[in-house]
Design a protein around this ligand. Structure first.
Ligand code: SAH
Length: 223
């Protein structure tokens, strides 16, 4: 006898494997082609990263509020950023700025050896830490801190992913990239920004614009 998704999950229907699969198909149609990224997202219960009241909307391709004026990123954006970060080489270590719900952190942790994640709002960080602990993802280190400074203790990183928008590319972060390393981040002032990929090579840094995106601003200080 096989165990169905609904038996494993009291949320039935809206949080089922099939519902998740529809989202994955949508991402594929939207241009996400990296099989490992699609598989990681198919395997992750996004409904556990939002408030119970929003669980039924967790597999829509939209950003959702997570409290404290912050949002869990749209699945398409998470997939695109991850795909862009991993396109050329799979990084060994990734620094993530803006843990938020921890969903993007979980996607990264499924794909790279170690993730270092920094969040400025303590309550969000603690929630994310509990969730990721219950999913038994053990290759993540958490820091409550101001991510505009990066996390120098473990630098340099092969990859850096920033999930809140600074007005320009922060030099401090770029300098924590290893040679050949890649940083993906939203850049801009308003709610509309461009998604940029910065690559560190022997001569310095190169930049590519990947898309337009909408992120909350990268703030300084902690809360
Ligand atoms: N990837 C997260 C996105 C959360 S929104 C998710 O999908 O859930 C962006 C997050 O960046 C917020 O939690 C916000 O508090 C955090 N943030 C903003 N400025 C920051 C900073 N300077 N350092 C660390 N985190 C920051």
């Amino acid at each position: 006898m096989s165990v169905t998704d609904s038996e494993l999950d009291p949320g039935i229907g809206m949080t089922s494997w099939r519902t998740r699969q529809r989202l994955i198909q949508r991402l594929r149609h939207a241009g996400i082609h990296a099989p490992e990224v699609l598989a990681a997202m198919q395997n992750l219960p996004r409904h556990l990263f939002v408030d119970e009241a929003l669980a039924s909307r967790a597999y829509e391709d939209s950003a959702l509020p997570i409290g404290h004026g912050q949002t869990i990123s749209q699945p398409y954006t998470v997939a695109l950023m991850t795909q862009s970060l991993l396109e050329r080489v799979t990084p060994d270590t990734v620094l993530e700025i803006g843990t938020g719900s921890g969903f993007q952190t979980a996607v990264l942790a499924a794909l790279v050896r170690r993730v270092y994640t920094v969040e400025r709002i303590q309550i969000l960080l603690e929630q994310a830490q509990r969730r990721l602990g219950s999913l038994r993802q053990r290759n993540i280190r958490f820091l409550h801190g101001d991510g505009t400074k990066g996390w120098p203790d473990y630098a340099p990183y092969d990859g850096i992913l920033v999930t809140a928008a600074p007005p320009g590319i922060p030099r401090i972060l770029a300098e924590q990239l290893a040679p050949g390393g890649v940083m993906v981040l939203p850049v801009g002032n308003d709610m509309q920004q461009v998604l940029v990929r910065v690559t560190r090579d022997a001569d310095g840094f190169t930049q590519e614009i990947l898309d337009t995106v909408s992120f909350v601003p990268l703030l300084t200080g902690i809360s």
